[in-house]
Design a protein around this ligand. Structure first.
Ligand SMILES: Nc1ncnc2c1ncn2[C@@H]1O[C@H](COP(=O)(O)OP(=O)(O)O)[C@@H](O)[C@H]1O
Ligand SMILES: [Mg+2]
Length: 330
């Protein structure tokens, strides 16, 4: 799936049908910045979690949080779990700390990490672990608690974004799970997004975090036919007819990623968005969804993927047989 990161430079597309989520985030940001009408003490932190399968709009939602937080003058730190970096201890924590540490000297690192320097610096890769071996994980977590608490207070209001938490390394997730309950007393808003189906079994405590905060994770739902219709109109123009846009909704199930990809493909092919072209629309849709096979294979492990490529080299019959067996498993 294409990397639809929330960095700078992407055209700003309005988020459809996420008013509830955005209103809740605005409330949390107001609490954080001490600007909500009834706020008791300025700078109350919080936690928000967004759960949904691939393509439902988690990354763009976090991008919107980043934009709104920056507009209110918050410090924003962000990280994203990576499928290929999941085995690297504290990879996510390193990403979060990167902006604060990257351009700093060792002396400044010592100032930021305080008395925890010897324990935290090797864990976050500032210095080689050396002969002392791997630091005690509980010690590192305690150190990170201290560093994060102080950073939140010094750089308040602080917003921390973690995208694709289902791929976060276990060490970072364990730390974050332990630390998160403290945000209620800190000027720090933590916003996480993940695919619930893909959270590792040992991340159950993480998945329950937002429930412990008295809220449920926001489960992102597919777009309605009306929203899909407006994306079709916006991308393909006024000549798009009702039957075409209804079919676009039906074949994508309202998945925003799929609808955006599909309408782009329709435009690329110069297909007129009208009822008589519904058969071609279906063909393009199966090409968009076709990438799902690779995703399913990847989930089964690299040896299966390697076998699949081997089968593809061997010929179409072997590939079909494999696809059928994977489909049966999936
Ligand atoms: N609510 C929405 N309204 C319009 N387009 C959306 C919406 N949510 C997502 N998209 C589009 O769908 C695509 C996938 O969104 P993304 O945030 O990358 O999904 P996820 O991170 O959940 O996999 C992006 O191109 C984005 O612009
Ligand atoms: Mg994403």
């Amino acid at each position: 799936m294409a990397n639809t990161g929330y960095g700078a430079g992407r055209p700003h597309r309005p988020l459809l049908e996420r008013d509830g989520e955005l209103a809740a985030l605005d409330d949390l940001l107001s609490e954080l910045c001490g600007s909500s009408p009834g706020s008791r003490s300025p700078g109350t932190g919080g936690l928000a979690a967004f759960a949904g399968p691939a393509g439902l709009g988690k990354t763009v939602l976090l991008g919107e949080v980043r934009r709104r937080a920056a507009a209110r003058g918050c410090t924003v730190l962000s990280a994203r779990g990576g499928e290929h970096e999941q085995g690297m201890a504290f990879h996510v924590v390193r990403q979060l700390m990167q902006p604060a540490l990257a351009s700093a000297t060792e002396e400044e690192h010592r100032a930021i990490l305080g008395g925890w320097y010897d324990i935290v610096a090797p864990a976050v890769g500032l210095v080689a672990s050396g002969t002392a071996g791997v630091p005690d994980p509980q010690g590192v977590r305690d150190g990170l608690d201290w560093v994060a608490t102080r950073f939140a207070v010094q750089r308040a209001p602080l917003v921390v974004l973690l995208d694709d938490a289902h791929w976060a390394d276990a060490e970072s997730l364990a730390w974050l799970t332990g630390f998160a309950p403290r945000v209620a007393e800190l000027p720090m808003l933590l916003v996480v997004a993940y695919r619930p189906e893909e959270l590792p079994a040992d991340a159950l405590a993480f998945a329950r975090l937002s429930e412990r905060h008295g809220t449920r994770p926001f489960e992102l739902v597919p777009l309605t036919q009306g929203a899909v219709g407006s994306i079709v109109l916006e991308t393909l123009g006024e000549e798009a007819d009702e039957a075409f846009s209804r079919e676009a909704w039906a074949v994508t199930g309202g998945n925003p990623f799929e609808i955006v990809e599909l309408t782009a493909k329709v435009a690329d092919h110069g297909l007129k968005p009208q009822a008589i072209h519904v058969p071609e629309l279906r063909e393009l849709a199966s090409a968009v969804k076709g990438s799902g096979l690779v995703e399913r294979l990847e989930r089964l492990g690299t040896s299966v993927v390697r076998f699949a490529w081997g089968a593809a080299v061997l010929g179409a019959d072997a590939t079909r047989a494999l696809a059928a067996s994977v489909g049966g498993l999936g």
